[in-house]
Design a protein around this ligand. Structure first.
Ligand SMILES: Nc1nc2c(c(=O)[nH]1)N[C@H]1C(S)=C(S)[C@@H](COP(=O)(O)O)O[C@H]1N2
Ligand SMILES: [Mo]
Length: 251
């Protein structure tokens, strides 16, 4: 597995600047770079990071779609329970939204699909060094959170997945800036079709300002918490816990 640093370099080189974020633009400007290396730059850098986080990820046209959207990591959760759901067309799948919420939710796939939807064509960037452009359709996460009524003590959302990866249950987490970002959706459709099993059926997270491993597939429960400490090994996700990946994987 290549490191995240290597990946960013190779992605940036391979996409002719598409992925270049504020940091790369700053690096090209020696004067600004020296300011940012100073103590004063610390504040500026922090502000820029916060300001940038609400910006939209680039959206593409239908002509840009990858011919095949690769499936990566778990391609089908093991075990009889998931297999039974798959055979039943996920009719009995439930999405639970609980934890620090006023009104815990347990929604069927039909109920999730009946909610207002957003469709977006975006590029997925995996740290293993590949990217793909797909069209995702799903419910804005904000609408699920509004239905559940987040308590003011909530700081993070944990996405509990139906698969194990390696030795542990796959999970991921995001903060509320990403949770309420307009392009953050719980997707049930890919390229105009129901989400394939390989890509996370029946529901998977799209959190477009972050790298691929943050996009939890096979989501069965979204838990609002005030700290990441009680989950897994405490670093906020499977890759964070077991492979030292960064919790914040913003792009
Ligand atoms: N539940 C679960 N979610 C997951 C993974 C996984 O193995 N299990 N792999 C992650 C990684 S590393 C990537 S790159 C994307 C792959 O999404 P895709 O299969 O649609 O390409 O899912 C992410 N979410
Ligand atoms: Mo990935």
């Amino acid at each position: 597995m290549i490191s995240r640093r290597t990946l960013i370099g190779s992605l940036a080189a391979g996409t002719g600047g598409l992925l270049l974020s504020g940091c790369n633009r700053i690096n090209a400007n020696p004067q600004l770079r020296s300011v940012l290396q100073s103590a004063e730059g610390l504040t500026m850098r922090a502000q820029r990071l916060i300001a940038d986080r609400t910006a939209l990820a680039r959206e593409f046209d239908a002509a840009d779609l990858s011919p095949v959207f690769r499936a990566n990591g778990t391609r089908q959760p093991a075990g009889a329970a998931y297999e039974a759901h798959r055979m039943a067309g996920f009719a009995d799948w439930r999405l639970v939204v609980d934890g620090l919420v006023a009104r815990p939710q347990s929604l069927s796939l039909a109920q999730v699909r009946a909610m207002p939807r957003r469709t977006q064509i975006t590029r997925h960037d995996c740290v293993e060094g590949w990217s793909a452009i797909g069209q995702w359709t799903g419910v804005p996460l904000k609408l699920l959170l509004d239905a559940a009524g987040l308590r003011s003590s909530a700081r993070y959302l944990i996405f509990h997945c139906a698969d194990r990866y390696g030795q542990a249950d796959y999970y991921e987490s995001i903060d509320l800036i990403d949770a309420f970002h307009p392009q953050t959706i719980l997707a049930w459709g890919l390229n105009g079709q129901p989400l394939p099993v390989g890509n996370g059926a029946p529901l998977r997270l799209r959190v477009e300002r972050q790298l691929g491993y943050k996009h939890a597939k096979y989501v069965q429960r979204i838990e609002a918490v005030d700290s990441l400490a009680g989950q897994g090994r405490g670093k906020g996700g499977y890759w964070e816990d077991y492979h030292d990946y960064a919790w914040y994987a913003g792009i």
